[in-house]
Structure formats: C-alpha cells, structure tokens
Design a binder for this molecule. Structure first.
Ligand code: HEM
Length: 134
C-alpha cells in the first residue's frame, strides 16, 4: 500500500491479497470437481486436489506481485515447462480457462475490471500450454 495515496501498489494488493486469491482457487477446484463439463480436465489431475489448491494459490500470489514463497519453494520451476508433458489440449485448456473465469467472477476481487483482466491473462497462458496433436 502506498503510504501517501493509500492505493495498492501491486495487483496482489488490488486483488485483496491471499484471502481473495485462495477463495477464487478453491471455487475453481470446486467447479472442476463438481461439474460434468470439466470431467476431462478433472481426470488429468490427481485424486486429491488439496495440494493443488495450495500450490495454485501460492503461485498466483507470487505471480500477482505478492509473497514469493512458491518460487522459493520451487526454485527454477517454470509453469509453462511444468505443463509441457501433460498433454494439454484445446478442449481441456478451454475448460481450465472457463472454470477460472467463473471462479474469478463469482469469488474474485471487488474490482470487476481487474478480475476480467486477470481471467484474460490466465486464458492466454492456458492457450499457450496447448500441445498441438495434428
Ligand atoms: C494459466 C494457466 C495455468 C496455471 C497458472 C496452472 C498452475 C498450476 C500449478 C501451480 C500446478 C501445481 C504445480 C506443482 O505444485 O508442482 C499445476 C499442475 C497441474 N496443472 Fe496447471 N495451470 C494452468 C493451466 C493448466 C491447464 C490448461 C491444464 C490442463 C488442461 C492444467 C493441468 C494441470 C495438471 C494435470 C497438473 C498436475 C496436477 C496433479 O498432479 O494433480 N493446468 N498447474
């Protein structure tokens, strides 16, 4: 927070910090677990989504300019490389981005425009993870 203006200095602060990010991530995995339309995406993941809830929350906090614990705990780990061998398809990437956009809209920051921008960036990242099989 800027001491003079009282305005947030990072996207992390503007989003509402770890509390809001954890809330969005939990909603994201709840949607993935409960809705049939995300079944192909759910199948790619381990049975226990608990570790993923922690990991994605930590990664997003650092990505948004907050505490960098995730990068310190995972030195040198690149999110794009980590997904290279997972066989991300256009279909499953679309499911990931759709569930995330919904989670952000439902549980995200008060600033709707910021939430929309975040969803858009994550969508671009998910699309860039697609492995072309044709
Ligand atoms: C912006 C896009 C994405 C971000 C930020 C992201 C983030 C993450 C994170 C933080 C992890 C955990 C890594 C770890 O703790 O070692 C992970 C794992 C994983 N991600 Fe993503 N991911 C994205 C897109 C996707 C997409 C599009 C898919 C599939 C279509 C996907 C499928 C997976 C799977 C299957 C795992 C391993 C989970 C497990 O072992 O249960 N991710 N991702």
């Amino acid at each position: 927070m800027n001491a003079e203006t009282g305005k947030p200095q990072t996207p992390y602060e503007a989003l509402g910090g770890r509390e809001v990010i954890a809330r969005m991530v939990n909603r994201f995995y709840d949607l993935m677990e409960s809705e049939a339309q995300y079944a192909p995406l759910r199948t790619m993941h381990a049975a226990d989504l608990g570790p993923m809830r922690q990991s994605l929350t930590g990664w997003l906090c650092a990505w948004a300019g907050g505490p960098r614990d995730w990068f310190e705990e995972n030195p040198g780990k690149c999110m794009m490389s980590a997904h290279r061998d997972l066989g991300v398809s256009r279909e499953t990437a679309g499911q990931w981005a759709d569930a995330m956009a919904r989670a952000i809209a439902e549980c995200g920051p008060e600033n709707r425009e910021l939430g929309r921008m975040m969803a858009e960036r994550l969508d671009m990242m998910a699309q860039a993870m697609v492995v072309e099989t044709d």
